[in-house]
Design a protein around this ligand. Structure first.
Ligand SMILES: Nc1ncnc2c1ncn2[C@@H]1O[C@H](COP(=O)(O)OP(=O)(O)OP(=O)(O)O)[C@@H](O)[C@H]1O
Ligand SMILES: [Mg+2]
Length: 496
């Protein structure tokens, strides 16, 4: 499924890049009470293709990785979109799932379900299923591997990133780390010990999210919500720690303000939502056309999604739509966005981090003043922030790359992994060849037997023919003798 594309190093980390296209799916919710009795605008072809008619009777055909129709189950969506990405996260491959679509199209329903603590299994959304699978996957690993799962929740509301676990952090800065990708500086990370604790915290975060009533949706999300699960993995007795980030993004819906009847604050929110979604559209277009400049910095949303779209994550995009004819032109534009995103090849990171203390050997820094500064920083800052600072020092030439000495060991890991996989493949080939040889020998033996049989048959035929010939001669002689005897006897009788 993946190609290993590039191996990059950064402060304390080794980054593998796995290339794969963004997985794009479409989901149609059932008609709601507002649309009751309306015509349906989609015609199903199969589980990947369908056609849709707009109000002017123009028909469009779309093909995606998967289409979930009105009768699809939440569990189906999880199986195809959620499960593969959760498994990757447990194996330290970053993954992102984004729900995108018109307001009221079912993005939040797909993500959360009826509500996050939903007891009805049929309605359970992606989030609680992700939590279940994460904890069951790490429990299977037993005592040989230690896992740590942390959860963060932010929303992007009116172009500000707000911490949903600590409302005092209402303008979180987005930073980029060469090895770790996009980081939310100072965001609250809650250590989660089990599924129940995860759901309780998710419930608390969701209750802090901006939600408002519009004509299209009684509980319309007025912000983009981002759920971040960080899965850190350490194999017992190994120094190496690897981590995978699983990011779920429930976008606010695009809306035609005349349809939603937005006024005042709701109108301002709608403008901000539409602006950030059109910035997202521009990023997708630039990525699709392989433009040298991708405008990630045009909005907070595109900056936060930079990893998911441009490299650093296995990404799935779920385009949510209403099946009603009155929403068909909106649905077509959502689906066209999805079709563009399908062309984008995203790469995902697998990051492996050495023991931080061993890595950042401050005593090797020659400049004593710098050494003191670094020591003070280590006392005051967390390892992640120190990583960012050190990397900037390296880029500014104040410090030589502390990871250089470790590169060879990381490369050795990759090389030995590659060699062992090649060895396995070669062994499999040798086994296949031996098997084939054995089969050829059996066939040859069979062939030999057939040859022998033919020879015997030929000999038998020859003998039979000879016997027949002999038998014929005897018969002719006997007949001749009989005729002669009869003739002599006749003459004798006549002469008498
Ligand atoms: N597949 C579905 N099955 C049943 N009900 C659904 C489905 N999808 C959505 N709904 C219902 O439709 C309504 C709107 O859904 P939802 O709030 O998820 O929309 P949204 O896309 O998140 O909209 P917004 O952008 O305004 O936040 C909700 O009442 C939800 O329960
Ligand atoms: Mg919503």
């Amino acid at each position: 499924m993946f190609d290993i594309n590039r191996v990059a190093t950064a402060a304390g980390r080794q980054v593998y890049r796995l290339m794969a296209n963004i997985c794009v799916c479409a989901r149609f919710r059932p008609l709601n009470s507002r649309e009751d009795g309306e015509a349906i605008c989609i015609t199903r072809s199969d589980s990947q293709s369908f056609s849709i008619k707009d109000e002017k009777d123009k028909q469009y055909t779309f093909t995606f990785d998967r289409v979930f129709y009105e009768d699809s189950e939440q569990a189906d969506v999880y199986e195809h979109v959620g499960r593969p990405i959760v498994r990757d996260a447990v194996n330290s491959i970053n993954g992102t799932i984004i729900t995108y679509g018109q307001t009221g199209a079912g993005k939040t329903y797909t993500m959360e379900g009826g509500n996050i603590l939903e007891a009805d299994n049929r309605k359970k959304g992606l989030l609680p299923r992700v939590v279940d699978e994460l904890f069951s996957a790490i429990n299977i690993c037993g005592e040989t591997t230690a896992y740590e799962i942390k959860l963060s929740m932010v929303e992007i509301y009116m172009e500000r990133v707000r911490d949903l676990f600590d409302l005092s952090k209402d303008n979180i800065q987005i930073k980029e780390h060469k090895g770790n990708g996009i980081l939310l500086s100072g965001v609250t990370e809650i250590l989660i010990l089990d599924g129940e604790e995860a759901l309780t915290n998710l419930c608390r975060g969701i209750s802090n999210r901006a939600v408002g009533e519009t004509q299209m949706n009684a509980e319309s999300s007025r912000s983009h919500c981002i759920y971040i699960f960080t899965v850190q993995k350490q194999v017992t007795n190994e120094k190496r720690v690897s981590s995978g980030k699983l990011v779920l993004v429930d976008l606010a819906g695009s809306e035609k303000v005349d349809m939603t009847g937005a006024k005042g604050q709701v109108l301002e929110e709608a403008k901000s939502i539409n602006t950030s979604l059109s910035a997202l559209g521009k990023v997708i277009t630039a990525l699709k056309s392989k433009s040298p400049h991708i405008p990630y910095r045009d909005s907070k949303l595109t900056r936060v999604l930079e990893d998911a779209l441009g490299g650093g994550s296995q990404t799935a995009l779920l385009c949510c739509c209403s099946p009603s004819l009155s929403s068909s032109s909106e649905s077509v534009s959502i689906l066209r966005f999805g079709a563009s995103a399908k062309h984008i090849k995203a790469s995902s990171r697998v990051s492996i981090k050495e023991d931080i203390d061993r890595k950042l050997d401050i005593s090797t820094v020659k400049d004593l003043k710098l050494q003191k500064i670094l020591k003070k920083l280590r006392e005051k800052l967390d390892a992640e922030t120190l990583d960012v600072i050190l990397e900037e020092f390296v880029m500014d030439g104040l410090l030589s790359d502390p990871t250089t000495s470790m590169i060879s060991s990381h490369e050795a890991i990759i090389t030995s992994q590659t060699i062992s996989s090649w060895k396995e493949a070669t062994q499999r080939l040798v086994n296949t060849i031996l098997e084939l040889k054995r089969e050829i020998n059996v066939l040859k033996e069979d062939n030999q037997v057939t040859k022998e049989e033919c020879k015997i048959m030929r000999q038998v035929r020859k003998r039979v023919k000879a016997k027949l010939r002999q038998a014929n001669l005897h018969t002719v002689l006997a007949l001749g003798f009989a005729v002669l005897a009869t003739t002599c006897l006749s003459f004798l009788i006549l002469s008498l």
